[in-house]
Ligand binder design. Structure first.
Ligand code: GLY
Ligand code: MN
Length: 459
């Protein structure tokens, strides 16, 4: 944990930003897998962790911006729970470590919220994403779960997003740790993968590294010979000579800060000539994006820089044709790069995605609806302290190729005779994590091989 002053300052900032009403912070609860007592790995809500620090289920917090009170609500363990789980410090004892002066039983929160509603006071809440918390809000506020998002507090969302988006020095130290562990996961995979193994064996190997560091993975591992499927979580294939293996995996530290990296590994120890050509298209785009990272530049423009690099290289290789700027404006690169360049990262691997991409990545402005660009999670001008990923890729998605070939979408920019020959190619992605500094950007964590010869050297 950070010192209690960190949490006290964070909560004080909420009171500076929001000047009336009650801000309600929803902690997460245990989530059952197949019967109530057999639960998934517990993950606290990141905003709750950020302001209240307490990494336990069944807690709620409020900051009353009128009275200045900060209260943690929860119940101490009953003797039945102690029999099964062992003695634990009381909530009040734990709360002291986070500078929380006031701890009350959960039943008191029901009373406090009922009274606030009677008095017509504003109750600010953030977009709920857990069904149990939606039901809880329904009970407290009498807003149907389907309608809760219509009544979220934009003021509260913006205050939280703007504070969490700029990482402090102690957070950056923690993210470096997460990315170092993440780098170890990728380096191990580069050494480990052999034909005849299953994807599941690779996934297990890298997961073990995250667990052994006393944390966990920051999102479900993507370990696949079908990298053309962007978020492929199937691990049942056997790896064979000639395959390209795409690993997208990250660690989360004990304090719940994330790393997120991707690498693409030739199963046959060396890339084939065909693989090398496409790998370099992805890598050139990656390097062009990194070179453009600095405060004040809109991440959307860096995304377009990466896309421009892809168009130019794909033209040189004979996959695309036509005017680069026209192809870029039409989104023609999205046949090969149908997603965004990267996203914010912090306590969540897609940081604060629960609060809404439009607030996190677009400062409240509307997103593009163009295929490809609509999947860009971050577009806003960068500020020192922002932490983000850079992850352009080249994907040959047979279904998308067939569709655009048959419907003539952006037809002027493609040589389908060439593209057709690569329908079984798969996908390539490299991903690294950066913090924006006053001058430019700094790589987070230790570097992992990304030049083809450096990847091959580990094989
Ligand atoms: N690493 C998974 C993603 O960024 O979506
Ligand atoms: Mn990512």
């Amino acid at each position: 944990m950070f010192t209690k002053e960190t949490y006290i300052k964070r909560r004080a900032s909420i009171k500076e930003q929001i000047t009336n009403g009650i801000c309600l912070f929803l902690g997460n609860n245990e989530s059952p897998m197949n019967y109530p007592d057999n639960t998934y790995h517990f993950r606290q809500d990141s905003t709750f962790l950020y302001y209240f620090g307490m990494d336990y289920p069944d807690l709620f917090g409020i900051i009353d911006t009128d009275s200045g009170e900060e209260i943690l609500f929860g119940d101490d363990l009953s003797i039945d729970s102690i029999v099964w789980m062992g003695a634990q410090p009381t909530l009040a004892e734990r709360a002291v470590q986070y500078g929380i002066p006031n701890v009350q039983p959960l039943a008191k929160l029901n009373e406090l919220l009922a009274q606030a509603r009677n008095q017509g006071r504003k109750i600010h809440y953030l977009p709920p994403y857990r069904h149990d918390n939606k039901i809880q809000l329904f009970k407290w506020l009498d807003i149907h779960p389907d309608k809760l998002n219509e009544h979220v507090s934009k003021e509260f969302i913006v205050a939280v997003v703007e504070q969490r988006a700029v990482k402090s020095a102690e957070e950056i130290t923690e993210i470096h740790k997460a990315v170092d562990i993440t780098a170890d996961m990728h380096i191990e995979a580069m050494k480990y993968i052999r034909p005849g193994m299953t994807e599941a064996e690779v996934a297990a190997k890298v997961h073990q590294i995250a667990l052994a560091a006393n944390g966990n993975i920051s999102f479900p591992i993507i370990a696949t010979i079908n990298g053309q499927t962007l978020h492929n979580h199937y691990h049942g294939n056997t790896i064979k000579e000639g395959d390209l293996f795409l690993l997208d995996a990250g660690a989360e530290t004990e304090l719940h800060y994330s790393g997120d990296m991707s690498s693409t590994i030739p199963v046959s120890k060396k890339f084939s000539a065909r693989q090398l050509e496409i790998y370099n298209v992805a890598l050139n785009s990656h390097e062009a994006a990194i070179a453009a990272l600095k405060p004040g530049v809109a991440f959307k423009d860096i995304h377009l820089t990466a896309a421009r690099s892809i168009i130019n290289d794909m033209k040189s290789l004979g996959f695309m044709k036509g005017d680069t700027e026209e192809a870029l404006a039409a989104g023609a690169h999205a046949l090969f790069f149908p997603c965004g360049l990267g996203h914010m990262m912090g306590m969540d691997v897609h940081d604060m995605e629960d609060l809404g991409e439009v607030y996190v990545g677009y400062e409240g402005k509307a997103k593009s609806t163009q295929f490809g660009l609509k999947s860009l999670r971050l577009a806003r001008p960068l500020k020192p302290g922002f932490v983000l990923t850079i992850e352009p890729g080249i994907y040959f998605i047979p279904e998308l190729i067939d569709l655009w070939k048959s419907n003539g979408h952006n037809a002027a920019f493609y040589n389908f005779d060439k593209i057709e020959q690569y329908k079984d190619f798969g996908g390539i992605r490299n991903e690294e994590d950066f913090v924006i500094t006053e001058q430019g950007a700094e790589l987070l964590g230790k570097p992992i091989p990304k030049k083809p010869e450096d990847v091959e050297a580990l094989r």
